[in-house]
Design a protein. Structure first.
Length: 289
């Protein structure tokens, strides 16, 4: 057997490819006759014909028997803007109805004017203040579930003590202690208490590139025998167990979300913070894995 090979002449040969002119799509950018209307007008589809049909204007008959042409109104197709005619004929009957936006603006203007008038009325101010205290004493009702009733009432006040603090919201894929050999064997209630007292601290480790050090986040929980100690007591020494590390990344996706609140509960009242705070501190979410 001999190995088949081709010559250089066959390799350099380029076969000619014959195709239809314009690939069957005749295009002529200079031929404007294609835009001329056809000599025979094709029939319109019924749905298109309804859109092009004009409204039938009905001339009303007055009591005196004289037919008067009314001023056009916005009745008919709401999304088409009609030409408005200015005429002295029957101006009262030609009054246009207010749109919802115009009616709202009119109510706001009237409400603002009446509010300013009421502010100057001392007796009215006293009644409004007393009514606000009475409203605070009334039984609150759930906005969507009317069958729910509160079992305890607590005043909700702004937290001015933590107003200047910076907060970070950490979102975990799963329980941080689930992979720990020591904490995974504990009862769930004990493990939850340990996680509620956990401490997260960021570290920077040197790497081969001095300009780009490695950043990681350490997750530490109190040792099993330290849960009885007060972690908020500065004089109390509490031992922590280094559970795991996380690589973190700061994102500002939710920095301007005004629907996020931080609520802390005391014995007699609850205090809240709104994010973002007005002094420029934002909270940052970062995924952990």
């Amino acid at each position: 057997y001999a190995k088949y090979t081709i010559t250089s002449l066959e390799k350099m040969y380029k076969p000619k490819l014959f195709v239809e002119p314009d690939l069957g799509i005749p295009l002529d950018l200079l031929d404007l006759s294609v835009y001329n209307p056809p000599s025979v007008r094709p029939p319109l589809a019924p749905e298109d014909e309804d859109l092009l049909r004009d409204d039938e204007a009905v001339t009303p008959m007055k009591k005196d028997g004289i037919k008067r042409k009314e001023r056009p109104t916005d009745k008919g197709v709401a999304w088409l803007v009609k030409t408005q005619y200015i005429s002295p004929l029957s101006m009262e009957s030609a009054k246009q109805s207010l749109t919802e936006k115009q009616a709202k603006e009119l109510r706001d203007r009237k409400g603002g004017r009446s509010l300013l008038e009421n502010l100057n009325n001392r007796e009215r101010q006293i009644r409004e203040i007393e009514a606000s205290f009475e409203a605070a004493k009334s039984q609150p009702v759930h906005a969507t579930k009317k069958d729910l009733y509160p079992i305890e009432f607590m005043p909700l006040l702004p937290d001015f003590d933590r107003y200047d603090d910076q907060f970070v919201v950490a979102a975990f894929d799963n329980a941080p202690t689930v992979d720990s050999e020591m904490y995974s064997k504990m009862d769930k209630s004990v493990r939850d208490v340990s996680e509620s007292r956990a401490v997260m601290k960021s570290y920077v480790a040197t790497s081969s590139d001095p300009a780009n050090p490695e950043k990681f986040l350490a997750y530490m929980v109190p040792a099993p025998g330290e849960l009885s100690k007060d972690i908020y007591d500065e004089d109390e020494e509490v031992s922590y167990s280094w559970v795991r590390e996380y690589h973190w990344d700061v994102r500002g996706d939710d920095a301007h979300d005004p629907t996020t609140f931080l609520v802390s509960f005391d014995e007699s009242e609850a205090r809240y913070l709104v994010f973002p705070v007005t002094n420029g501190y934002f909270f940052h979410s970062f995924p952990t894995s």
